[in-house]
Design a protein around this ligand. Structure first.
Ligand SMILES: Cc1cc2nc3c(=O)[nH]c(=O)nc-3n(C[C@H](O)[C@H](O)[C@H](O)COP(=O)(O)O)c2cc1C
Length: 219
């Protein structure tokens, strides 16, 4: 959808409705949709256009069960205890539901996102993966699919690598469950962007100014 001066209102709707889905319906996802989502992922920027992303699309039930076991182990072996000290009760309950309550296990597809460390510098290869992962999440949302960026399983990166047959230079970065949401995701909870934004110098509040106030009255 295009608005005045090329504004894409569809994009803004998608951005605002993208949320972590931790409850999946018993409904399969077509390979055609997976392909669209992954193609969108690859339009992300990457350092020196190295495109270091590697996606493993896991549908096999036994492999998904093994990934789930690793996630559960990571959560129960310490990640939950740490998270319990930081997260609010409702987010902790959501993540508990996703991991220990079988929410993520119900997703018909897991996309393991990995980084080919031979296609970039150590300082940039990891950060080249997450713009692609975000594109993946947004494309999934645009198609009505639920998804979530999860990283807990990468605590067992070696086990994941072995399970999926990844070469040593391919490092798992995230596991994204994909499927249709079992229920509406509701509204995102976000602080106003202005609380995170400064004008010209840290500490100066960002307030929306008219162009004449902003440019000192110049036309
Ligand atoms: C780097 C990163 C790691 C994350 N890891 C996990 C995870 O392991 N498990 C999980 O359930 N959610 C994970 N999340 C999802 C966040 O919990 C979620 O984006 C955040 O709480 C905002 O909630 P919303 O998507 O519902 O708006 C991760 C998000 C990011 C950006």
């Amino acid at each position: 959808m295009s608005g005045p001066q090329g504004v894409k209102s569809g994009l803004f709707d998608v951005v605002r409705s993208q949320r972590a889905c931790r409850d999946f319906a018993d409904r399969s996802v077509d390979d055609e949709d997976i392909a669209r989502v992954l193609e969108a992922a690859t339009y992300a920027p990457s350092a020196e256009n190295g495109q270091p992303w590697v996606f493993v699309v896991v549908r096999d039930d036994a492999t998904r069960a093994q990934i789930h076991d690793l996630t559960l182990r990571a959560w129960q072996d310490g990640a939950r205890a740490g998270a319990a000290q930081r997260l609010d009760a409702s987010l902790l309950a959501d993540v508990d539901h996703g991991i220990a309550g079988g929410g993520y296990r119900a997703a018909p597809v897991l996309v393991v996102v990995a980084a080919d460390t031979e296609r970039g510098f150590p300082s940039t290869v990891g950060s080249s993966i997450f713009p692609a992962t975000q594109n993946l999440l947004l494309a999934a949302t645009a198609l009505g699919l639920g998804s979530a960026l999860t990283t807990i399983t990468t605590a067992f990166a070696e086990e994941l690598r072995e399970l999926l047959g990844l070469p040593v230079h391919v490092a798992p970065q995230a596991v994204v469950p994909l499927g249709y949401p079992a229920r509406p995701l509701g509204l995102s909870r976000r602080e106003p962007f202005a609380e995170h934004t400064h004008r010209d110098r840290f500490g100066n509040p960002w307030e929306r100014l008219s162009s004449s106030d902003r440019d000192g009255g110049a036309a």
